[in-house]
Design a protein around this ligand. Structure first.
Ligand SMILES: [Zn+2]
Length: 112
């Protein structure tokens, strides 16, 4: 079930994805540590605007756009800004786009 995450007030020393040890807030409901690295997750709208810019480089139909947006939206990890980093979102985004559109990874990366 989706957790809306609330800080419990407890803080835990833990390594970030980039190996720096930092204090992390802990969710009171599910115990998930908050991402405190400098790579902060971005909202879905950011990635939708990347998609529209991507259309200048390759052909993406309205149907493909809807499928990509729907898949990103339904990915709980992707949308969970409590813990996900922008780095991870980038990887998920690239995978999902490449599933529906025949485009070079470098082209997508250049827009992110
Ligand atoms: Zn939670």
């Amino acid at each position: 079930m989706h957790c809306s995450h609330e800080p419990s007030g407890e803080m835990v020393w833990e390594k970030t994805e980039f190996s720096a040890v930092k204090l992390h807030p802990v969710c009171a409901n599910c115990g998930t540590l908050k991402n405190v690295s400098s790579s902060r997750g971005k909202k879905l709208g950011y990635f939708i605007s990347v998609l529209s810019r991507l259309r200048e480089y390759c052909k993406i139909s309205e149907a493909q756009l809807r499928l990509i947006a729907k898949e990103l939206e339904s990915d709980e990890d992707f949308c969970d800004l409590w813990w996900i980093s922008y780095e991870r979102q980038r990887k998920i985004f690239i995978n999902v786009v490449k599933k529906y559109v025949n485009v070079n990874t470098q082209v997508i990366e250049s827009l992110l």
